[in-house]
Every structure is written in structure tokens, then in C-alpha cells.
Ligand binder design. Structure first.
Ligand code: HCA
Ligand code: CU
Length: 387
């Protein structure tokens, strides 16, 4: 079942380079490639070598790093691009051409028949030049393409017998999980090749769509660190990993070095000049923060009560926020224990009542709570003044 046999095609160095803040130097690309490889992604996709002279040089450098991950580059569907890309020494080529009426009319101007002929020429040429290269053919804007057109193209390409993978792209981020499931499930039954899904996040479904793609039989999912890409980007690596972890924890723990995710998110965020969002999957500052007293109590008894992800698996720790009006005495008691402050349950309950009353009047922080706990303990010991 492909849900348990999925591959990540990590596109921070391709789709991610299309993020407005990204302008990676060669040295940064090498650092990202090593970090992704260390994390354990199966593939790393690079910007087309046709994009600029530096892109070409960098593709060669990264293809030559000897990474465990397979290195791919991404090209338009034409022979000149293919020839240049083959020359970089990458392990695979991701070929793409638009099939929606928008792209046929406003981008390359080709009919579906012309697309099929061109794909046959280009893919046949690549396979002849490089019998062992991994070859993918994808349609851009798959979900706004006419479905009959789309299947004509995929069936023709699959029949050529030269591609390893067919790609589906939700280029403008409008597909729903049901639509993704339907399209990929149909493709799965009509073709033999592996199936890749590339989903943009404009309407917030990128992670769910990637999962639906796998449920329908896809084998490869495109991601980027923090989801960076055109506009608001694609399926984020961390979000996808979180989704798969909740599906099969052991598999994901064995497949990837999860403790490296935070560093990866932070490194890329810094390189592209953004902060890791507070509510980011796994690595956002609030991802493992608990607040309400009722939650805190249960978390202290058994964290799984309110945590589907174990922060320790990601090298992270949980935080229980206690300096607020929703706090509860179990969490306050836990804090007292951390501080080595000895108080009876009744005393902790009294401090908690005090914290709540205070928080109703003004914002308070952990320091205020700690001070109250110390003050209460000192009172009990008769070392502070009463009152
Ligand atoms: C692009 C478009 C693309 C391609 C996806 C793919 C998209 O920027 O070239 O090759 O599968 O979103 O359609 O990223
Ligand atoms: Cu894209």
C-alpha cells in the first residue's frame, strides 16, 4: 500500500527557489542539500539548469555531492532543455508541460495532440540518451485541465513505456482531497507508472491533498521546507511528516531523522528572511504548548491525552503555560515541584485561586507565579511576614 511506501521529493531547491524571499547562494544550496539528505528525504529536486548559468553549475555541484538522496532537476518539455539537464549528471529528470486551457492559450500555445507528440519525442530522446535515468512526466495545472485531455495525454505517455512516474500538479492550489483522490485513483487504474503529487496551498489543502493522493495510490509527494514556493507555496515538509507520523508513527520515525526538522526549518527560514510561523507544524513555538487547566492536568497524567505527536520524537519538549486565568492547580503544583517549593494541596489550590484572580486584573507571567509560590511557601515556614 503506497501509504506505507511513500517517497518525498523535496523541492526546496526548485519550487522553494521560486519563493519571493529565496535567493540561495551555491554554499546555501549545498547546506540545504546536506541537511535534507541528513533528514532522510528520498529525492532532492533542483531548479532547471536552464534558469541561469549559476543554476547549471549548482546542479552539477549538487549532483556530484554523493548524497544518499536521488538528485532530480526540473525541466520544460523540450529536447534542448533535456540535453542540458542530462549533462548535469543528475539521477533523474522531472519534465513538465501545461495542459490547462489557460496554459495552452497563454503560455506555450500548443494543442493536446501537439503536446502528446512533443512528449513522445522528448521523453523518447531522454530515455535513449540515458537508459537508467529516473524520468517523470507531469502536467501543469492538472486540475483545471479538461479531464478527457488529461487522460489522453497520460495514457499516451504511459504507453510509451519510458517514464518511471506520472506527475499530477495542483498548480493553483484549488483541488480538494476528494478531487485529488478521484483523479489519482482513476490514473492508478489506467496506468502502470508510479504517481507523483505536487500540491499548492492557496486554499489550505496542500497537506490533506498529499495524503489523499497517497490514499489513492500515489507513490511520491513533493514538499518544501516550510512549504516555500510560488505565492504561499506547496505541501510543507514538516506538515507532511506530521500527517504521515499520525498515520504510521514507527515507519516515519525509522524513515527520517525527525530530530533534525527544527534545525532545517530554522535554517531555511533564516536564509529566506522569514520567521518560523508560531503555529507551524511541529516546530512552531506553540506546537507543544498547553494552556487550559483541564488540559494541563491530563497532560501531566499522560501527555498522549492531548498530544497526537510526541515532542520527544522530534527532539523537542512540551510546555505547560500556567500564568493565566485558565490555569489549574495540578499544573501549578507541578511547577512548585519543579522549583522545589513544598506546599500542601490546599496551599497550591489557594495560590491557584490567587493567580486566577490576579490574571483577571492584569497580564501575569511565569515569574509572577514563581514568586507567589515562593512567597506562599515562605509564609508556611514562618519566614515571611503574614498578610
Ligand atoms: C512550475 C509549476 C509547477 C510544476 C509542478 C510539477 C506547478 O513552477 O514549474 O512539475 O509537477 O506547480 O505546476 O511547480
Ligand atoms: Cu508548483
Amino acid at each position: 500500500m503506497s501509504l506505507d511506501k511513500f517517497n518525498i521529493i523535496e523541492s526546496t531547491l526548485r519550487e522553494g527557489e521560486q519563493f519571493v524571499g529565496a535567493n540561495f547562494t551555491t554554499e546555501q544550496k549545498i547546506r540545504i542539500a546536506h541537511a535534507l539528505d541528513g533528514f532522510g528525504v528520498e529525492y532532492i529536486e533542483l531548479t532547471s539548469p536552464l534558469a541561469s548559468p549559476q543554476s547549471n553549475t549548482d546542479a552539477k555541484i549538487i549532483a556530484d555531492l554523493g548524497l544518499k538522496a536521488r538528485v532530480l532537476t526540473h525541466i520544460r518539455c523540450n529536447q534542448e532543455d533535456a540535453a542540458v539537464a542530462l549533462d548535469t549528471g543528475v539521477d533523474g529528470l522531472d519534465v513538465v508541460i501545461g495542459t490547462s486551457s489557460y496554459l495552452r492559450q497563454f503560455s506555450h500555445g500548443k494543442s493536446i495532440d501537439q503536446i502528446i507528440d512533443l512528449a513522445a519525442d522528448v521523453l523518447g530522446y531522454i530515455r535513449a540518451q540515458a537508459p537508467h535515468i529516473e524520468l517523470r512526466f507531469s502536467t501543469e495545472d492538472s486540475f483545471r485541465s479538461d479531464e478527457a485531455d488529461l487522460f489522453r495525454v497520460y495514457l499516451a505517455v504511459d504507453r510509451l513505456g519510458v517514464v518511471n512516474r506520472l506527475g499530477i500538479a495542483d498548480t493553483v492550489g484549488i483541488a480538494t482531497p476528494m478531487q485529488v483522490y478521484r483523479l489519482i485513483n482513476t490514473l492508478r487504474h489506467m496506468t502502470r507508472a508510479d504517481i507523483e503529487f505536487h500540491g499548492h496551498n492557496d486554499s489550505g489543502c496542500a497537506v490533506a491533498n498529499a495524503f489523499a493522493a497517497l490514499e489513492a495510490g500515489a507513490t511520491h509527494i513533493d514538499t518544501s521546507v516550510l512549504g516555500i514556493g510560488e505565492r504561499n507555496g506547496i505541501t510543507p515538509l514538516g506538515g507532511f511528516v506530521a500527517r504521515m507520523y499520525t498515520h504510521n508513527r514507527e515507519l516515519v520515525k525509522n524513515k527520517y531523522r525527525l530530530d533534525r526538522l527544527r534545525r532545517l526549518d530554522e535554517m531555511v527560514a533564516e536564509m529566506v528572511g522569514v520567521a518560523v510561523p508560531f503555529n507551524n507544524y511541529i516546530t512552531g513555538v506553540t506546537a507543544f504548548t498547553h494552556k487550559a487547566g483541564i488540559h494541563a492536568k491530563a497532560i501531566l497524567n499522560n501527555p498522549e491525552t492531548y498530544e497526537a505527536l510526541n515532542p520527544r520524537d522530534f527532539g523537542l519538549t512540551r510546555y505547560i503555560s500556567i500564568a493565566h486565568k485558565l490555569t489549574g492547580w495540578n499544573a501549578v503544583k507541578d511547577r512548585a515541584d519543579q522549583l522545589g517549593v513544598v506546599l500542601s494541596d490546599d496551599e497550591v489550590k489557594a495560590v491557584t485561586a490567587h493567580i486566577k484572580a490576579l490574571a483577571d486584573i492584569k497580564p501575569i507571567d511565569l515569574e509572577d507565579v514563581d514568586e507567589l509560590l515562593h512567597r506562599w511557601a515562605d509564609r508556611g515556614n514562618g519566614t515571611a511576614e503574614k498578610g
